[in-house]
Design a protein around this ligand. Structure first.
Ligand code: SME
Length: 309
């Protein structure tokens, strides 16, 4: 197992570290200051916003368990990539967002995640992507801050922490199981229970024309969905996640239950990027799913796909 390091600036480093340390495949984290101009800066100096440093988290990870592309996708979960020098309540160049790398070869994975995010946002991102010039660990009191201070200030949406913990459980739950139905059944149960959803399940590609109902948690559901039909068939056809805030406004939505109000569907790809199934999650409330759900569920489906396809 060869560990690698990558550096993320995502606003206040307390919440950023708390998020990354929960993810599967992350071996160690350290909060500090990156890419500034003065040697060995203190927190107080950086706080003046005149040193050029960004509050940054050093993440040591195992690429076999958490490929860099997925790690960068997870990073996008906890930032507003369109906001310049401001995340949550925090403003200043020290709270800018950035990905800083030591190994030029990392750029391939970083660019892949970066470009995908930019495409999804449809606008240029305000996120730096640069070689790491320097990194100084912050004072001990800032390390593991939100473990030492459970009620401490945190700009990260708590949902992202719940997802990060869920991903770690998912990784060990499905590891080495191999059986598609078993993995899907336990994955649906874990996501459903951890996140408190209303309906969580899989539809599997049965042939070129339709999806067939797979393992799920929640009320009874439709057996079959055509290619390009409903939200599930659309995600399959587009080969991309679909987030629906109000199912009544989605043309062709298939109502398995009239109680379903909003929905997210995430494709599950095999190693040849062929859609083999979709994860479908329904809510009985409007606008339940956002970019955090989308990004984290996409990572979850990559963990699942790696084990069964
Ligand atoms: N609403 C989905 C069908 C599946 S059920 O919601 C469980 C769709 O439009 O594809």
């Amino acid at each position: 197992m060869e560990l690698k390091k990558i550096y993320f600036a995502a606003g206040c480093f307390w919440g950023t570290e708390h998020f990354f340390r929960k993810l599967p495949g992350v071996a160690a984290t350290c909060v500090g200051f990156a890419n500034g101009s003065t040697p060995s800066p203190s927190y107080r100096e950086v706080y003046t916003d005149t040193t050029g440093y960004a509050e940054t988290v050093e993440v040591e990870y195992d690429p076999a368990r958490m490929p860099l592309k997925q790690l960068v996708e997870a990073f996008f979960t906890i930032i507003d990539p369109l906001s310049l020098n401001r995340q949550g309540e925090d403003e200043g160049t020290r709270y800018r967002t950035g990905i800083y790398y030591e190994d030029e070869a990392d750029l391939t994975a970083i660019d892949a995640a970066f470009n995908r995010e930019q495409e999804w946002q449809g606008k240029p991102l305000c996120v730096e992507k640069e070689p790491l010039r320097n990194f100084y660990p912050a004072e001990e009191e800032h390390q593991d801050y939100l473990i030492k201070h459970a009620d401490g200030y945190c700009h990260v949406d708590l949902k992202a922490f719940r997802y990060a913990g869920m991903l770690k459980e998912l990784e060990s739950l499905v590891k080495g199981v191999g059986d598609e139905v078993g993995v899907m059944a336990n994955t649906a149960a874990l996501i459903h229970e951890t996140m408190g959803f209303w309906w969580t399940g899989f539809y599997r590609v049965a042939d070129e024309s339709h999806l067939a109902l797979g393992p799920f948690q929640g009320p009874v559901a439709c057996y079959s969905i055509g290619f390009g039909k409903g939200v599930c068939g659309t995600a399959w056809k587009r080969e991309a996640s679909v987030v629906v805030e109000d199912v009544e406004l989605f043309p062709g939505h298939i109502a398995c239950s009239s109680a379903s109000r909003s929905e997210i569907v995430v494709p599950v790809f095999d190693s040849e990027r062929k859609v083999r199934a979709v994860l479908d999650i329904d809510s009985d409330k409007l606008a339940t799913f956002d970019d955090i759900d989308r990004r984290m569920l996409e990572i979850a489906m990559e963990i699942v796909a790696r084990e069964i396809y």
